[in-house]
Design a protein around this ligand. Structure first.
Ligand SMILES: Nc1ncnc2c1ncn2[C@@H]1O[C@H](COP(=O)(O)OP(=O)(O)O)[C@@H](O)[C@H]1O
Ligand SMILES: [Mg+2]
Length: 263
C-alpha cells in the first residue's frame, strides 16, 4: 500500500458555495474477507464533475454501485442533496461501459421511455432537444444495432439525461471506443455538461480522461480503495483537443502519471 499523503487543494467556488449534490461519508465495503472500499470521504458540488481515477480492480465500479444505492455500504453513508440514500432510484442513473439501450426500440423511443415512465408530459420536447444536442436527430428512427458504437454510447448518456437526473454516475463510459472516437465523445460530453450542468461522478482508469473531463480529481489507491489525492483541476476552458497540448495540462498529466506509477 502507498504511503502517499492525502493532498488536498482549495476546491473551486462551485463546490464550496452550495450544499453538496452528493456526499460519501466514511463509506466502507467488503465482499466477505475482501475489503474493497476503506472509509471513503468526498463530496460533489452542484454541477461539478468529479473524476475518480483508480487502477483496475481497486473498487471504482463497486463505489458507483454504492453511490447509486444498488448496494449498501458496510459502514458510513451516502447522501444526495443532504438526504441519505437507502436504495436505487431513477434519480441516480448509472451509465456503464457498453450502452444499455433497449434493442427493439428506436432511438427516439429509447430516450422517451424514462421520462414517460416518470410521467413527464414534456418528454417529446426534452427528447428533441437531447437528440439535437447529441447530433442524433437524423438517426432518431433507427434501432440501436443500426448505430455506430460512438452513437450508441452518446445515446445511452442522452437516455439517462432525458430523466433530468440531479446526479450522473458514469463508469468508464468511453472505455470501449477507439482513441479518436473517445476524444470526440469526451469533447461532446464536456459541451453537454457545460450546457446542462449536472453533478457527475466519472470513474476512469485513464489519467488523461480524468484530467480532461474533471473539475476536480479524486485519486484512489489500489484495493482497498482509499483517497490518495484530491486536486482542483483549474484548466482553461472550454476544454477539448487543444487542452491536450496546453502546457499546464501536459505538466499536470506528467505529475499525476508519475504519482500513479509510484503508487
Ligand atoms: N459482487 C461481488 N462479489 C465479490 N467480489 C466482488 C464483487 N464485485 C466486485 N468484486 C471484487 O471487488 C474488487 C473491485 O472490483 P470493481 O469495483 O469492479 O473494481 P474496478 O471497477 O475498480 O475495476 C475486485 O477484486 C472484484 O473482484
Ligand atoms: Mg470497473
Amino acid at each position: 500500500m502507498s504511503t502517499d499523503p492525502v493532498r488536498t487543494t482549495v476546491v473551486g467556488e462551485r463546490a464550496t458555495s452550495a450544499p453538496s449534490a452528493l456526499a460519501a461519508i466514511g463509506v466502507a465495503k467488503s465482499y466477505g474477507a475482501l475489503s474493497v472500499l476503506a472509509d471513503l470521504d468526498f463530496s460533489v458540488g452542484p454541477g461539478e464533475v468529479l473524476a475518480v481515477l483508480g487502477p483496475s480492480g481497486c473498487g471504482k465500479s463497486t463505489l458507483l454501485r454504492v453511490l447509486a444505492g444498488l448496494e449498501p455500504p458496510d459502514r458510513g453513508r451516502v447522501e444526495i442533496g443532504g438526504q441519505p440514500v437507502r436504495g436505487p432510484s431513477p434519480d441516480r442513473p448509472m451509465v456503464v461501459q457498453g450502452a444499455t439501450l433497449f434493442p427493439w426500440l428506436s432511438l427516439r423511443a429509447n430516450l422517451e421511455w424514462g421520462p414517460k415512465a416518470l410521467g413527464n408530459q414534456q418528454s417529446g420536447a426534452i427528447v428533441d432537444e437531447l437528440l439535437e444536442a447529441t447530433g442524433l436527430s437524423g438517426s432518431a428512427d433507427l434501432l440501436p444495432r443500426q448505430l455506430s458504437g460512438g452513437m450508441r454510447q452518446r445515446a445511452a448518456i442522452a437516455q439517462v439525461l432525458a430523466n433530468q437526473p440531479p446526479l450522473l454516475l458514469l463508469d468508464e463510459p468511453f472505455g470501449a471506443l477507439d482513441a479518436q472516437t473517445r476524444l470526440r465523445m469526451q469533447e461532446w460530453l464536456i459541451g453537454l455538461l457545460a450546457e446542462r450542468p449536472t453533478a457527475t461522478v466519472l470513474v476512469t482508469h485513464d489519467v488523461e480522461e480524468a484530467l480532461l473531463l474533471g473539475h476536480r480529481l479524486l485519486r484512489l489507491s489500489h484495493r482497498p480503495a482509499t483517497v490518495l489525492e484530491e486536486l482542483a483541476l483549474d484548466l482553461p476552458s472550454p476544454r477539448g483537443r487543444s487542452t491536450l497540448s496546453d502546457s499546464r495540462f501536459v505538466q499536470l498529466k506528467a505529475d499525476v502519471l508519475a504519482r500513479v506509477l509510484d503508487a
